[in-house]
Write a protein that binds this ligand. Sequence first.
Ligand SMILES: [Zn+2]
Length: 329
Amino acid sequence: MTEFRFGYGEIEPVPRRFPRGAAFVGRVCWSWSPAHERDHSYFVSQTRLGGNKWLLWVRRPSDDRPNGCYEAVVGATNTAFDDLVEAAKALLFRFWIWSVAAEKIDRPHEILSTGVLDESELDRIADQIWDDPFLDPWSKLVPRFTSVPEVSQFVCAYDVWAGIDTVEEAALLARGSSIDVLWIESIEGCRAVAWHPRRDAKESARILLEAFWRARHGFIGPTEFLQAGLLDGGEFQDLRDAISGETAANETAALRHRDAPIVRTARELGLNPRPAGHSPDAWMASCPGTSHWLMIGPITNEFGCGWCRRAGGPDELSIFAEERRHRRS
Ligand SMILES: [Zn+2]
């Protein structure tokens, strides 16, 4: 399984010294105030230690060191990227995402120099992370934490219906100097699911929670209100109503695609295709031979299952369903 791990001083084993062959990726800085700055130069190197294939290093200025700088491994992956650029992009992208969750870090304030990645590539990575808002409703990119780092404000608690079961969720807001991060705490642990530039706490809670709910809509939705924090029961209800009213309208609008080839194929295969509700074009269907769903795009005429990592048109869907039938028999 592909794995990424991040942290300061938490990754082991690592080489004893900074490898001579490490490739310089780029250097960025943050300056929140004259006394509060961060200067990071990133490097990647290949490794064979601990089952990992690539390491991400940070070099930062240090007055305690004779050469004036200090290097540490901050990321590792077992993924076998065959290209330095791909390894650098993937590690830096995920390290910055981890940094938002762990440290509420905002976008680098300045790019000081470039190496493996040029300025536009560094900017493109940052654009994806500090977009407004960033959403990771299914925790594909943001790692799970055992607790919410540092003090955060309680937003509210509620039940969600997850298709099989009712699960309790608590929403929390972690506030950085210029970023607000929405955390969800449940039986599955703690995960940062959305963030955007810092604004009024209550407004942030409302916007981020709504964006998070919308992203999961049609699959998992809030049901009972349990406990008030930044948002009370009335505000919870207003948010829920706004989303469900829109869902009904989207579902009706999506019916115009009922004869799209990909929808017809899903129906013929017995996968129960139905409007997904989160947009006027979105459909979903059962993923063959599993208990989860897959996405259907009637406009592109494609399906995609993020869990099974399968995608394609009507023919690929038929082949996929056929494979699953064989697997079961
Ligand atoms: Zn699947």
